[in-house]
Design a protein around this ligand. Structure first.
Ligand code: SF4
Length: 243
């Protein structure tokens, strides 16, 4: 099973926002929202030691995604290939996951009333295509593929060229979007746009700690009850036929 990841080469990105435009068009993103954004850090430091970068921000498909736990309906889930998805048929638009994301990668679509975000263009992947942002990048700064394919570009860039993730001492949830730079631009981005502590509203906390396990227990109990009843029926049926 593939484990997907993305790498953006910040030494190549020119901030043209072609990726944002392509993504918006591909996924019919409403005005004022975005699945991927290009955010300038601005220059920091003093001449001649100035640093600046364009932060290409999107869902990081985190190894430990804080957005999954608070979802009351199970609409947000992580697939076996690592991609964190939203099932719009299950989403109830409560927005708990929007608050929980440290990268502010989710938005509530005002038209569909459902949460939306980058899913690494899963629909395109199923057709054997690369994500829209990768194929559209004018500077060829974006790479996408299987992190576990040792001969593939992502493995080489992450492990061979030490691409970095945007993390902080307080928030480390295993993002699978990496950044290449010459002057530790990932650290600069983490300074200017630090991942925020996942927010868990009281209602979401109440749900995930109490109601969800209880609901699962009840489903389990119901299943167990049905199984016991089924075997009981089998036994009594056999007994009756013996009689
Ligand atoms: Fe969830 Fe946000 Fe991580 Fe994406 S970046 S997996 S939306 S917590």
């Amino acid at each position: 099973m593939a484990r997907y990841a993305m790498v953006t080469d910040l030494t190549r990105c020119v901030g043209c926002q072609a990726c944002t435009a392509a993504c918006n068009a591909e996924w019919n993103v409403p005005a004022g929202q975005a699945r991927t954004r290009v955010l300038p850090t601005g220059a920091t430091g003093t001449f001649p030691n100035l640093r600046a970068a364009f932060y290409v921000a999107q869902c990081n498909h985190c190894d430990e995604p804080p957005c999954v736990r608070p979802c009351p309906s199970g609409a947000t889930f992580q697939a076996d290939n690592g991609i964190v998805k939203v099932d719009p048929t299950l989403c109830i638009g409560c927005g708990f996951c929007v608050d929980a994301c440290p990268y502010e990668a989710r938005y509530l679509n005002p038209e569909t009333k459902r949460v939306d975000k980058c899913d690494f263009c899963s629909g395109r992947l199923e057709k054997g295509q690369q994500p829209a942002c990768v194929t559209t990048c004018t500077a060829h700064a974006k790479y996408f593929g299987d992190l576990e394919d040792t001969a593939g570009p992502i493995f080489q860039l992450v492990y061979g060229k030490s691409a970095k993730r945007i993390e902080s001492a307080d928030v480390a949830v295993g993002p699978n979007v990496y950044y290449l730079g010459r002057r530790d631009e990932a650290a600069l981005i983490a300074e200017v746009f630090p991942p925020r502590q996942p927010r868990m509203p009281a209602a979401a906390e109440f749900w995930s700690r109490l109601v969800k396990p209880l609901a699962l227990t009840m489903v389990g109990a119901t299943f167990l009850g049905q199984a016991i009843a089924f075997f009981h029926q089998l036994q009594t049926g056999e007994k009756h036929s013996d009689d």
